[in-house]
Design a protein around this ligand. Structure first.
Ligand code: SAM
Length: 291
């Protein structure tokens, strides 16, 4: 396989700058041809895990040709960054990969790209796989507005607060979660909105890829106590619209109409109850007309 693919890898003259290169999240052939070109041609290779990048290069038949791979990860980032920035200042092309998927997406790379940008150096995206977007494409949930919130905190109390905060946002919510904590997280989501549709995307693009759909309550029930295996993305539907019951709207409108016009009363009540202003206005008109 490597030979066929390697034949299409081109030695290209790379412009100087930092190349943020996305790599597969499972299936090795999900690498893009441009990513291979960049990895083949960059002056310097940098990686979250040098062994992982070395393995990827081997799979795709890309020679190192004397280039070394510089480690850049959470534990050495502050020490390793100045040398990389200096190399960029001197006109080098540097390709950076994280362990899997897109660098900076719940992975290192942010401070490196921030410092490179602040120094007026060129950054080049080399887009490709990311578990968040892969999950969104198969979740079957609205995709016009979504929020990637990363990993919930590990500590139970902090996770509770964090989930309540993000679960209230009116957007499809994408979370990364540890397979051991997924049951507990779904349990906490049940307390927020038990009927919320959720999709568990497990081991995407890998042999045991699995998609499990259900409400928060159904999924929390179905997961064994010891949790799941493999890598997990949770995709949550947006929160159910706030529906105030008719009696409550009428009573709030009655009160508001004592001191405001129909239009102002409707606007005030709609805003307070989070309801569409037009619907509340129609009801206010009927009430003002004595219906
Ligand atoms: N940078 C990566 C990206 O672009 O998706 C994410 C890195 S983050 C450290 C690793 C987390 O991503 C995993 O714990 C899991 O939540 C998610 N993930 C990565 N690969 C996955 C896969 N093949 N299937 C499901 N989730 C995956």
């Amino acid at each position: 396989m490597a030979a066929g693919l390697a034949a299409r890898i081109e030695a290209v003259a790379l412009a100087p700058g930092l190349y943020l290169v996305a790599t597969p999240i499972g299936a090795a052939r999900d690498i893009t041809l441009r990513a291979l070109d960049v990895l083949n041609s960059a002056d310097v290779l940098a990686a979250e895990d040098t062994r992982t990048l070395r393995h990827l290069l081997e799979i795709h038949g890309i020679p190192l040709r004397g280039r070394r791979i510089v480690a850049y990860h959470d534990h050495n980032a502050d020490r390793a960054r100045p040398a990389l920035i200096n190399a960029l200042r001197e006109g080098a092309s540097i390709a950076y990969t994280s362990d899997a998927g897109t660098p900076l997406v719940a992975d290192p790379g942010f401070k490196l790209s921030r410092d490179a940008a602040a120094a007026g150096l060129r950054l080049h995206p080399v887009p490709g796989p990311s578990a968040a977007l892969a999950a969104l494409t198969i979740a079957g949930l609205p995709s016009d507005r979504f929020l990637f919130a990363g990993f919930p905190p590990a500590a139970s109390g902090a996770r509770d607060t964090w989930l309540r905060q993000w679960a209230a946002v009116d957007a499809t919510l994408i979370l990364y979660e540890s397979p051991r904590r997924v049951k507990d997280t779904l349990g906490k989501l049940c307390e927020i909105e038990a009927n919320r549709p959720i999709v568990i995307c497990r081991e995407l693009t890998k042999k045991f890829e699995e998609v499990i759909r259900g409400t928060a309550a159904e999924l929390a029930d179905s997961i064994p106590d010891e949790g799941l295996r493999g890598e997990i993305v949770l995709v949550l539907d947006r929160p159910a619209p706030l529906v105030a019951d008719d009696d409550r709207i009428r009573s709030e409108l009655r009160q508001a109409l004592l001191s405001a016009s129909v239009k102002d009363a409707a606007r005030e009540v709609a805003q307070r109850l989070g309801l569409p202003r037009r619907d509340v206005y129609q009801l206010a008109l009927q009430m003002a007309a004595g219906e």
